[in-house]
Design a protein around this ligand. Structure first.
Ligand SMILES: [Zn+2]
Length: 297
């Protein structure tokens, strides 16, 4: 059990199927992440939460967060519970058609071949048959080489953007296993071993981590936490002793969530700073630092 005196009583509810509901502002289905009270495990009223639609980003945190006495609250420490890993044959199968996924094809059209190939190899990006084929698998491989899961997404070969019509093409490799105990790690975490001295930059999206690695990968290591609320302390443990910079997506609300993480991680002794991209007027809310590169190609 861990004391949560340094964390918040109300936290975003962990994602599971159906946990995201309709956003009260933009009314998009499945985009609204609610809060839970970690002391009871109950959801707070639906009005409190955050919308992950980049066009909306509506954020309404519960107001009395700071006034709660955290001292006697405990939450279960899940970091010591066993977790499952993806069988090697399934992992290896994703490299049968390596480089043929739409995302890689789009990268090859826009960036130097040598850099793209190095990034694909480094991050071990696979290809999946899901969503009619040519989908991309972003494997989450931990620093011990264990494959936690893979996020499958399909991109447009033409624009490099995620395909969201008629359905949002996103799934996870582990969902085909029954009772799979998922413990996520950073996308790119396995590279910590390869680059023991590099400064670590964390962005939200896997795609952006790869683009940044293609352009700036000669002396920095780019990781993706995969989601707005993906910076929990147990995931961060592997970064102890490293210089880490968080670069949240543009937008006051996205930045606020990551500032809260930063504050909490600093209290735990992590060397973590935050770089705001709010001064880049060419970016819209919901854009990220890789969009700066994309706007110039
Ligand atoms: Zn919304």
């Amino acid at each position: 059990m861990t004391s949560i005196s340094n964390t918040f009583k109300y936290q975003f509810a962990p994602y599971k199927r159906g946990s995201k509901i309709t956003c009260p502002k933009c009314h998009k289905k499945g985009h609204w992440t609610r809060y839970i009270d970690v002391t009871t495990g109950e959801y707070l009223p639906d009005e409190f939460g955050i919308c992950d639609s980049t066009k909306c980003g509506h954020f309404n945190p519960p107001k009395d967060v700071e006034t709660v006495d955290y001292n006697n609250i405990v939450i279960p420490d899940k970091s010591k519970e066993p977790f499952n890993t993806i069988p090697k044959d399934i992992f290896l199968l994703s490299f049968k058609d390596v480089g043929k996924d739409n995302f890689t094809q789009w990268l090859l059209k826009n960036f130097p071949k040598q850099n793209v190939e190095k990034a694909i190899k480094n991050y071990k990006i696979g290809t999946a048959k899901k969503f009619g084929g040519k989908s991309t698998v972003f494997w989450q491989i931990d620093k011990y080489g264990k494959v936690r899961s893979g996020k499958i997404m399909k991109y447009s070969k033409k624009t490099g953007k995620r395909i969201k019509e008629p359905i949002t093409c996103i799934d996870w490799v582990h969902t085909s296993f029954k009772d799979y105990n998922l413990r996520q790690c950073f996308f790119g975490e396995h590279l910590l071993k390869k680059y023991p001295n590099r400064e670590v930059i964390i962005v939200e999206s896997e795609k952006s981590a790869v683009i940044l690695a293609i352009v700036f990968g000669y002396d920095k290591l780019f990781l993706s936490c995969g989601q707005l609320r993906g910076l929990a302390e147990d995931k961060f443990k592997v970064l102890r002793g490293r210089k880490v910079t968080l670069i949240p997506d543009k937008g006051e609300e996205f930045e606020l969530v990551w500032k809260n993480y930063q504050r909490s991680l600093q209290k735990q002794g992590f060397d973590v700073s935050l770089y705001s991209i709010s001064q880049y007027t060419e970016l819209e809310d919901g854009d990220d630092v890789a969009d700066l590169i994309l706007k110039s190609i």
